[in-house]
Write a protein that binds this ligand. Structure first.
Ligand SMILES: [Zn+2]
Length: 370
């Protein structure tokens, strides 16, 4: 019964483009000592009851009693091993979401975690925390910038316990700076109410929405795509985007400034941390070379002055995902104007996630080799 409800809830919110992009986000439900969590690599929109991973809650939460090494890599590797060990024996061939521990710390039955642009306009706003307090008072827990993984889960757990002590109820909303939102409730209806209440309040403060219009694509668009794909190399695919807001941001390097650094970990993962800005297609070859010598790989996003942006990937679906995520970054940049202007991730956190990505890529490659 609970799995049926969880699947329906996941599919409902997963199909809402305002809330979920490119399969991001995750959901869970608890029954007795079992947590059902969305599997890594499945998407909320299409997840089926059989795709959820069963986790022993007691084992999952025992990570908080452990003492892990200070070293980031070691700590995260050990915490991941413990997460895997918390799977029920029937599910050891499934991979739970990396955010499972965060779901486990909510005592409520249902938990949903998403990264909607409208919410991230607030969480990536320079005055986001202040305005969140004005909008929600003590209804929410605001979590400042924090390394993902075990450290974030532990911090959230401590903040949840503190909340419970102060208000004698469990917190049902966590807003994570430069990341997204967790909502929790004991029933599906309650969860909808909590989530929709948050969205309503945030929308109520918006002074501007991203312009939805598309402009006409430049005549040589196809040719530009081919030129840039050749520079990217290895049979890459490209998607060109010219909706009004992307043109507005691409008007000059100065206007593109809010987009030249990442807002959330997802933007780093799918679009790489830094887009390349060039004045014209004629500068592309030079720009790619410069970028590659600085970063060691080609850019996934190229903003061309006055033209919008091109998103690249090793194949069509990777290019499409990079495109969707960068469009999301543009929306966040627009929404953040209602919350004091943009607030990016810090260099320290960007580097941490970039290194983490490199590491997990290496691991995937070595798994493949096995
Ligand atoms: Zn997340």
């Amino acid at each position: 019964m609970i799995l049926k409800q969880l699947t329906a809830l996941s599919n409902k919110y997963g199909s809402d483009e305002e809330l979920v992009l490119a399969g991001g986000g995750n959901s869970s439900a608890k029954e007795g000592n079992v947590l059902y969590i969305k599997g890594s690599g499945t998407s909320l929109a299409t997840v089926k009851a059989g795709d959820f991973v069963k986790i022993d809650i007691e084992k999952l939460l025992s990570v908080f009693e452990k003492k892990y090494p200070e070293d980031d890599k070691l700590r995260e590797a050990m915490a991941l091993e413990d997460l895997m060990a918390a799977r029920l024996p029937s599910d050891i061939d499934k991979r739970p979401s990396v955010e499972t521990t965060l779901h486990g710390i909510f005592p409520q039955t249902f938990v949903l975690h998403v990264h909607p642009a409208v919410v991230n306009g607030l969480t990536c706003g320079a005055d986001g925390e202040k305005i969140a307090k004005e909008l929600f008072g003590e209804e929410i827990i605001w979590v400042g910038l924090c390394r993902p993984g075990y450290v974030l889960a532990k911090l959230c757990k401590e903040l949840m316990e503190d909340y419970k002590k102060r208000f004698s109820v469990n917190a049902s909303i966590i807003l994570l700076q430069n990341h997204g939102i967790f909502v929790a409730a004991n029933d599906v209806e309650g969860l909808s109410q909590v989530l929709e209440g948050v969205l309503r309040k945030i929308r109520g403060r918006l002074t501007r929405y991203p312009a939805p219009h598309k402009k006409q694509a430049p005549e040589n668009c196809g040719e530009y795509c081919r030129t840039l794909c050749a520079l990217y190399g290895n049979g890459a695919s490209a998607v060109y985007e010219n909706f009004e807001e992307s043109l507005r941001f691409s008007a000059s390097k100065q206007s593109a400034e809010p987009l030249l650094r990442p807002f959330t970990p997802d933007h780093i993962v799918y679009c790489r941390a830094y887009p390349l800005f060039i004045d014209s297609i004629a500068q592309a070859e030079w720009g790619f070379e410069q970028y590659k010598s600085e970063h060691g790989f080609p850019p996934k996003i190229v903003i061309v002055r006055g033209m919008g942006y091109f998103a690249f990937g090793e194949n069509e679906s990777a290019a499409k995902t990079a495109h969707i995520l960068f469009k999301d970054a543009i929306k966040i940049a627009v929404y953040a104007q209602s919350f004091g202007g943009v607030l990016h991730m810090t260099d320290e956190l960007i580097n941490f996630i970039v290194n983490w990505e490199v590491e997990s890529y290496r691991q995937k490659q070595s798994n493949k080799a096995e």
